[in-house]
Design a protein around this ligand. Sequence first.
Ligand code: HEM
Length: 455
Amino acid sequence: MAWPTTRSQKGIRPTVDGETSPRLKQSDPSLSLFHLLEPEVLADPYPLYRRLRTEDPVYWDPFLHAWVVTRYQDVVRVLHDFSAHRTPTPEQLSKMDLSALSPVACVMVRQMLFMDAPAHTRLRSLASQAFTPQRVEILRSHIQELTDKLIDAVIFAGRMDVIADLAEPLPCIVTAEMLGVPVEDRHQLKAWSADFAEMLGNFQHNPDRAPRIVRSVEDMTAYFRAAMHEHETHPREGLIHSLMVAEVEGDRLTEEEVIANCIVTMVGGQETTTNLIGSGTLALLRNPEQLERLKADPALISSAVEELLRYESPSQHTARISPEDVEMGGRLIRKGQAVIAVMGAANRDPERFPDPDRLDIARRDNRHVAFGWAAHFCFGAPLARIEGQIAFATMLARLPNLVLEPGPLTWRDNLGLRGLKALPVKFGNLPSSRSALAESPSRTDGASVLNLDVT
Ligand code: HEM
């Protein structure tokens, strides 16, 4: 997730490298990540990434006022060594004409995603106590039940929109369950999450949306504060309560820290997982031989999800700040300059992945960076993997002859979070039996979910 480094569209103006770095090299504006706003680049950003990797792998983006790194080894180095502490100060926001966003920055400085050690280590270890492998396993049975119920709702129609009917509601309900808030609130959580995701990916290009995003963050804060107070008198299983009581050597999270990290977990868990299920389904449909291979050998599901994460990374890039003057790819990155690490490009780097533009669900040595790297490696990766595995396995097992509906596809105009707005598909009208996973005895504790009307 990137915090903006640019000015508003009205004030946008390219700068040459020389304004910020002594290593003079005129940047080619046609390589700017700003082109991701163009529909054809949004639909297929990989030619742009290929040009960046080969022509200027450590590129000064004159529109985004940041370095852009696209080679696998450089992305790993940036994620490993550079500072995540990138929330702008009120003064920096004012310089970018974005003072209105100060209340949002106040929440973000308390989120683990935007912290360095030791503050990050402290927060992450407290949060890890709250989000244990056992908790994720309990959610597994909910996820299978939910997926089956969502598929039940469309199976007789013979067609569905994978985004609206599965990829959005599934993570949305799972997130509410994970947090321990009423599942009926999921539409509100989804709307807030979409606003926050817009801010992380895009708002600098649409500053008029700032007041709405600030209102959303204030409403979210009030919501989680009220939920915490409710949990004090009526504790309920979930991340909110676990964060409230997590303790390491007498250290506890403050109320503001619990709220800020519930927000980052809620946002982190929704848009990205929706995009994994949506873009992953599209990738399989566009590569029918891989889809058939997975159907024939369901044991490939874990490896297939890793490959889909690599091939169409839901979170395309993130940002860091250079902790000191650093030489990289023959360029000098000055201390304090912003660096955008493009995981979507690193994951297609031929130096790391042979034949990177080929989808291969059995790919070996697939150490992609879709979940990031090192200290900030995705906190929710085990949950996201389970959601993806169950969603793809269940669709393939229950929806025979799955094909795309004819018509153009539209991608969300979010620079950082890559995903489709809709994915209409058709399938054979013979309902197949529920998946083997769905029949497993571990489904017994999904009763609360079974009572849900998810249609
Ligand atoms: C396919 C789904 C997902 C993808 C692709 C994804 C991707 C990422 C990436 C790339 C990062 C690192 C960002 C950086 O280093 O700047 C990250 C961090 C994070 N993710 Fe995820 N994520 C996914 C699902 C989830 C889920 C389900 C949750 C919630 C349970 C979650 C919560 C978080 C949190 C809290 C962080 C911050 C970790 C830290 O700073 O230590 N994510 N995610």
